[in-house]
Design a binder for this molecule. Sequence first.
Ligand code: ADP
Ligand code: MG
Length: 256
Amino acid sequence: MRRIAFINQKGGVGKTTCCVNVAAALAKRGKTVLLVDCDPQAHATVHLGLEPHRLEASLYDVIVGERPALEVVVGDVRENLSLLPSALDLSAAEIELAGNVGRENALKAALAEMFQARKYDFVLLDCPPSLGLLSVNALCAAREVFIPVQTEFFALQGLSKLLEVVSLVKRRLNPILRVTGVIATMFDSRTRLAKEVLEDVRNFFGERVFRTVINKNVRLAEAPGFGKTIFEYDPTSRGAQDFSSLAEEILAQPDI
Ligand code: ADP
Ligand code: MG
């Protein structure tokens, strides 16, 4: 079972788009996937067509220990794909947990039973755009980190802070944690800037950057509004092709 946190403290870099469509691509290939929406904005939940305010329970109830994860998971939100949904109240969890001992491991503890049962081939965690307690919880529950990087000016800005937090979590809380993938997103092949930034990202992260680049594709931006993955919304689009090819690369990585 691979457990991967999609993280970058910058908003709008493509975390949720990558997390949802990678999850869908893996599920389409017969892998069982659990997507954990760790963002109070609940974009991944909405992207998969659920309405957060109508949910009876969310990750909030799980992370504060009020409900077992197994009860809150929306099983088969798609074939092979389950979702631990988010709702706005998740933002309160950050405050409520703050004073607790073991606060960084609340999510991992809440998911422990599921991890032990090896119910899923992949657990993908979509992080909020911050390095707060929810993100740290995702890093503690994960074994791997994927960093989506937008191929625009300022792409590398903030990454040293992110890597610092990852290595701090690794040292203090989760020794197995490793950055195993960097995803170049919203690539516009027509601009020289995008190519230069991609080169900088490759120089900085080396082999860890996936060969597949996620191109800028308007269909990817439209799909969430319809509550659909790219494979449902437009399976012939460039976006669908890119995420298929990314999923193949992910499947070819070793399971650590
Ligand atoms: P994050 O989760 O990092 O905040 P999102 O995945 O929500 O970022 O993406 C931010 C915005 O950019 C969203 O409106 C999304 O639909 C759009 N977007 C993401 N990736 C692409 C892409 N490859 N091409 C076009 N639009 C994209
Ligand atoms: Mg997001």
